[in-house]
Write a protein that binds this ligand. Structure first.
Ligand code: PBG
Length: 337
């Protein structure tokens, strides 16, 4: 502790951390509302919002409430919403045929948002999980042991055209079938929708962090199984080279935006994809990443705002241009307060 003890240092990195304004000048990464996309759950009818137990602060909304929410998100500077329908059980079937009903819930929601809040980017998932009784993202093959790749892609391409007709800005295939991005691109182009963009869930891992989402859309409970095994189509969490192969294929097939999902536990993948491609890159901070921060904060174990902000900053620092996050609205509200 003596005053006379002096290191002979030329470089003292702490000099640039001394004051708030020096730290601001040296700051390398920022998270703005414009970088964020709010995932939203939509339900049919004129009912009250339905809170989702495993996602405190998130509710399923009727279309009128969703419109109100979209107005608020737009006013806060959030760039987009990603829509997820929660269907009544009676509309679910083995082949998910409700997905191709031209008046299905999600298509009505797209039309309503694009009419009321046209500047807000609307993204819709392409996958069959909200529509199937088993909760899988596609159609069973003959033996009902695995998903039928090409038959599923045919349905996804039709869903894409319906969503484009409804006015969606981007379709987001989240199914992980082979060849779907190319098939969706040609279906869109063939029907005059060359302006509709594709945000490809390119490196989507078979993650346990999707649990709360499956409560939200009822894709777990309807099958009676809480841990749906999607490992024949989603990526093995152990594999990074395989993720890069998927990303390269989606780029070749015409994706406009690539995505890594989940985000926080896969920051290494985000960084690698960022270095492999020049396309815009999205990362999805999924339901389980949200739930773990919320749960720990509720117990007083973590500071909600600081952990939320740090989690988003880390995803941007890893190289994501845009983030799908259930924190989008709360984050923007804090910036404006
Ligand atoms: C469905 C889909 C899932 C998510 C987005 N789209 C779940 C799944 O693959 O089972 C998860 C999102 C989240 O956990 O927040 N294709």
């Amino acid at each position: 502790m003596s005053e006379s003890y002096k290191l002979d240092l030329t470089r003292r990195p702490r000099r640039m951390r001394r004051t708030a304004s020096l730290r601001a000048l040296a700051c390398e990464t920022e998270v703005l509302p414009q970088h964020l996309i709010q995932p939203v759950f939509v339900i049919d009818g004129e009912c009250a919002p339905e809170p989702i137990g495993s996602m405190p602060g998130v509710s399923r909304l009727s279309i009128p409430d969703l419109i109100e929410e979209c107005r608020e998100l737009q006013a806060l500077g959030i760039s987009g919403v990603a829509l997820f329908p929660k269907l009544e059980d009676r509309l679910k079937s083995d082949d998910g045929r409700e997905a191709l009903n031209p008046d299905t819930l999600v298509l009505r929601a797209i039309r309503a948002i694009k009419t009321a809040v046209p500047e807000l980017t609307v993204i819709t998932d392409l996958a069959l999980d909200p529509y199937t009784v088993h909760g899988h993202d596609g159609l069973w093959d003959a033996g009902a042991q695995d998903l039928a790749n090409d038959a599923t892609v045919e349905v996804l391409a039709e869903m894409a055209v319906l969503a484009a007709e409804a006015g969606v800005d981007m379709v987001a295939p989240s199914d992980m079938m082979d060849g779907r991005v190319g098939a969706i691109r040609s279906a869109l182009d063939g029907n005059g929708f060359e302006k509709t963009a594709i945000m490809a869930y390119s490196a989507k891992f078979a993650s346990a962090f999707y649990g709360p989402f499956r409560d939200a859309v009822g894709s777990a409970s309807s099958a009676g199984t809480h841990h749906l095994d999607k490992r024949t189509y989603q990526l093995n969490p152990a594999n990074r080279r395989e993720a890069l192969v998927e990303v390269a294929l989606d780029e070749e097939e015409g994706a406009d935006v690539l995505m890594v999902k989940p985000a926080g536990p896969y920051l290494d993948i985000i960084r690698e994809v960022r270095e492999e491609t020049e396309l815009p890159l999205a990362a999805y901070q999924v339901s389980g990443e949200y739930a773990q921060i919320m749960a720990a904060a509720e117990r007083g174990w973590l500071d909600l705002e600081r952990c939320r902000d740090e989690s988003l900053l880390a995803i941007r620092r890893a190289g994501a241009d845009m983030i799908l996050t259930y924190f989008a609205k709360a984050y923007a509200e804090k910036l404006h307060s």
